[in-house]
Design a protein. Structure first.
Length: 491
């Protein structure tokens, strides 16, 4: 914990008002985590208790080791989708071994500086990531609204009225918690028959215990679990670091991405030793914590994990009667609040370059289609790279001038020379018309890669075959060093 974070925690502990915000935020998040953890357990094909214990161990561990205060980590759908085939083919013990290995991989990636790669993710990919996640959160609520008693709909409507309307009157108590309490009181008091949290699965009655996976410690086992561990590590880190960056923007504070990376790894290792299914940051619950409830410190994250365990083990009977309608209303609010509405305003779309809009839409489309944030972000970054390379390539110009006596032709090249812009450089010269001496002036350019060196070699070789003398002038020091190192050696 940094000195600033320590001061923030101490200030919160001394202030009843700030502490109340953190405590109530943790309670709301814990209530929202229960059905999510149960649902993800079903996706992964494991006992519901595994998902609940994973949510507890991830949240508590990351509250101490993570680099982003107030961010919530728990069992997630992205990780559940990755490990589900392994559970189906080899069982829970192999899953636990894969989670432990994934944690080790994440720690190693953190040491290698993987968090620094976040700066290569364009803003429009981030916008697409947020918008896609909001859509996925909204879509995830649809099954809770289909084939249910008609009473669910007025309950959801009342819940939405509370979560959207109460903050206009007071922010003393989180509107999400009020919605959960009010709707639960109505359903219990009126004995309404509607879907509840208890319908999602059996709640545990005891604490989790330490264990080691019952698998052979052999190369064969490693070959089975390593692909899944690698996928869990990358998906978990990407989702966690993207969420951390989003929380940075929401709270106007900075976080330690490297610490968050190895903190996620350590949390997965701890979760694995308790027989959990692993996880990563959860943007929906994080937005409930940060945006809907106003939490800002590690206290809320820690209490979310503790409250979750207490609720399901001690007050399981009470939690079981919470209507799903209340949690659906809360998640719809989170989806609406998370979506970047400014990004789709006509004025914004008119002002924004079409390539930037294309990047955002590609990220949204692929994420929603695949239900995998990692794939969506990867495609978004790839589209951004291709469109950027294409756009920059058009900035390169080649101008030809001939001196008064016609003895020397000078080609002035301006712009950044790399694979996208230099591949057609070969065709920009008039080999037949040029005199016996040609000067290629690159003082307004920079040589970035081997493709450019190869293109220059091809140009000079074609002139050489025609008996034309070529002089390449104006290269800066870095370009000279690259060309001297590679020229004539690229085939």
């Amino acid at each position: 914990m940094t000195p600033e974070e320590r001061q923030s925690v101490l200030r919160t502990l001394r202030s009843p008002k700030l502490l109340k915000t953190e405590v109530l935020a943790g309670l709301v998040v814990a209530l929202a985590l229960i059905p999510e953890a149960l649902a993800f357990s079903v996706i992964a094909g494991v006992d519901p208790r595994i998902g609940l214990f994973s949510a507890f161990t991830m949240a508590v561990t990351i509250s101490f080791l993570g680099g982003r205060p107030a961010m919530i980590s728990a069992a997630t759908g992205a990780v559940a989708l990755v490990i589900a085939p392994l559970v189906a083919s080899h069982g829970v013990n192999y899953m636990i071994a894969a989670v432990l290995l994934a944690g080790v991989v994440q720690v190693l990636l953190a040491v290698l500086g993987v968090a620094k790669l976040m700066r290569f993710i364009p803003r429009q990919v981030m916008v697409g990531f947020v918008n896609a996640l909001a859509i996925l959160i909204l879509v995830a609520q649809v099954p809770e609204l289909l084939g249910v008693p008609w009473l669910v709909y007025p309950l959801v409507a009342l819940g939405l009225l509370i979560v959207f309307g109460l903050p206009r009157l007071t922010t003393a108590v989180p509107a999400s918690l009020v919605a959960i309490v009010v709707l639960t009181a109505i359903t219990v008091g009126a004995s309404l028959t509607v879907p509840t949290v208890g319908d999602k699965g059996e709640l545990p009655e005891s604490l989790p215990s330490l264990l080691l996976p019952d698998v052979p410690f052999s190369l064969d086992t490693l070959q089975v679990i390593f692909p899944y561990a690698l996928a869990v590590a990358f998906v978990g880190l990407l989702e966690s670091l993207m969420t951390a960056k989003l929380v940075d923007d929401v709270t106007d504070t900075r976080s330690n991405k490297t610490r968050e990376a190895w903190g996620q790894g350590a949390a997965n290792i701890v979760t694995g030793f308790f027989g959990g299914m692993g996880g990563c940051a959860m943007i929906g619950q994080t937005m409930i914590n940060v945006k809907a409830s106003g939490a800002r410190t590690r206290i809320s994250t820690f209490l979310a994990g503790v409250f979750l365990l207490v609720l399901v083990v001690v007050f399981g009977d009470v939690v079981a009667v919470i209507p799903m309608a209340a949690l659906v209303a809360v998640m719809i609010f989170v989806a609406v609040a998370s979506f970047d509405w400014h990004s789709i305003r006509p004025s914004t779309l008119k002002m924004m370059p079409k390539s930037e809009t294309a990047v955002m839409l590609a990220t949204v489309a692929v994420t929603v289609w695949s239900h995998n944030l990692a794939i969506g972000v990867g495609v978004g970054v790839l589209v951004a790279m291709v469109l950027f390379a294409r756009r920059v390539a058009h900035f390169v110009t080649v101008d030809r001038t001939v001196d008064d006596d016609g003895a020397v032709a000078t080609y002035t090249v301006n712009g950044e020379l790399f694979f996208a812009s230099s591949n057609d450089l070969y065709s920009q010269f008039e080999y037949v018309r040029d005199p016996a001496r040609v000067v290629i002036d690159l003082s307004g350019s920079h040589v970035w890669d081997a493709s450019t060196v190869a293109a220059l070699d091809a140009v000079t070789e074609k002139y050489r075959r025609r008996g034309t003398e070529v002089q390449i002038a104006g290269l800066n020091d870095a370009s000279v060093q690259m060309r001297n190192r590679m020229t004539g050696k690229l085939g």
